[in-house]
Design a protein around this ligand. Structure first.
Ligand code: KDG
Length: 349
């Protein structure tokens, strides 16, 4: 009797394994891509992110936002984080949030500079040079004034997370002066200020979406790139980049955006919870990002990168080379806003 039952048992086991995904790469792959989504049964709100789950932007940012909102609203909302570029790159995802097909996105400011040029102020090289200045902008009147520029554009800014101070890496040679950049193809964000700055430094800037960057470095389509340390480390850029120069030339924020119509439709008590969750997760994400920024330079050395720390004199050569960019973009960004940034940065020292 028992012998007859064995094939049946094995068939049942095989079906169970197939149904549970144990045999399919996709279930393993999806487990690697995002933590298990505990369904609350509430209104689904999707957050798009280009970065992986290990990056503080998600690990400490969007996932913390999810935890707080779902707990405080008792499951009235189900926040689903789609990391790793699953819902398209920054520009596409931000367009879809404006259109309402995705509810939220965590992105750089680049995709909104077309609708609010003032956000290009962050791209001015060396306008922010320390964490206190960053927080003074993010948490003060200037940050609020900037955020308000998006509300009539279909987007509401809930919080500023931290991408961080951008550092140069390349696969060709050590870079200590702008002269060392001659002939190097440096990938930049699709942003006119970044293009102008790297041209002023003597490099050959090549704009492209973040999602194409790793492959382009792997195939030597570009020699180098510039991003904050946590991105360089957590996205494994060290596998295709040998040299890093700690320029800290631009500070880029992440902005947590929600569709304006959806935001307006939320009851006041839910808006309050969303705002609290956004601000709390932003504080946690910035602290985690800064901690990683401190620790991961040593990690990059351990995995074989040559790290070049510039002296103040060496750094000044870079700062002087990019100074003309301010005049080129002052009219577009607004002289008053640039001065407000400079004053906030000065007072935060
Ligand atoms: O959404 C995250 C991206 O906007 C960010 O990683 C982009 O810094 C960035 C880059 O270099 O494109």
């Amino acid at each position: 009797m028992f012998k007859k039952q064995i094939p049946m048992f094995l068939a049942a086991l095989l079906i169970a394994m197939l149904v549970s995904g144990c045999l399919s790469g996709t279930s393993k792959q999806s487990q690697q891509q995002e933590p298990k989504k505990a369904s609350t049964g509430g209104k689904v709100i999707k957050i798009a992110s280009v970065l992986n789950d290990q990056h503080p932007a998600n690990a400490n940012g969007t996932f913390k936002f999810k935890e707080i909102v779902e707990a405080k609203t008792k499951g009235k909302y189900e926040i689903q984080v789609y990391s790793g570029n699953q819902l398209g790159d920054d520009v596409k995802a931000t367009q879809n949030v404006r259109a309402g097909s995705i509810e939220m996105v965590l992105t750089s400011a680049a995709p909104v500079t077309g609708m609010a040029a003032e956000f290009m102020v962050f791209d001015l090289p060396f306008i922010l040079t320390n964490d206190k200045a960053v927080d003074a902008i993010f948490d003060g009147p200037v940050g609020k004034k900037l955020a308000a520029k998006l509300d009539d554009k279909g987007l509401h800014l809930l919080a500023y997370y931290e991408n961080g101070f951008r550092q140069l890496t390349n696969s060709a040679r050590e870079v200590k002066t702008p002269a060392d950049l001659k002939g190097l193809k440096i990938r930049t964000m699709e942003n006119p200020i970044h293009l102008a700055a790297w041209r002023a430094l003597g490099a050959n800037p090549t704009p492209m979406p973040f999602s194409e960057l790793f492959t382009s470095m792997q195939q030597k389509t570009v020699d180098g790139q510039e991003n904050p340390i946590p991105t360089i480390y957590l996205m494994k850029f060290y596998e295709v980049q040998k040299y890093a120069t700690l320029t800290g030339h631009v500070y880029t924020p992440f902005i947590l955006l929600i569709n304006s119509q959806l935001w307006a439709s939320l009851p006041a008590e839910d808006k309050k919870i969303f705002e609290e969750a956004a601000l709390e997760s932003a504080k946690i994400e910035r602290a985690a990002n800064r901690e990683m920024n401190r620790k991961q330079v040593d990690e990059l050395k351990k995995v074989g990168m040559t790290i070049t720390v510039l002296s103040p004199e060496q750094l000044k050569v870079f700062q002087d080379a990019v100074a003309p960019v301010y005049a080129e973009f002052e009219a577009k960004i607004g002289k008053d806003l640039i001065n407000e940034f400079k004053q906030a940065a000065q007072s935060a020292k």
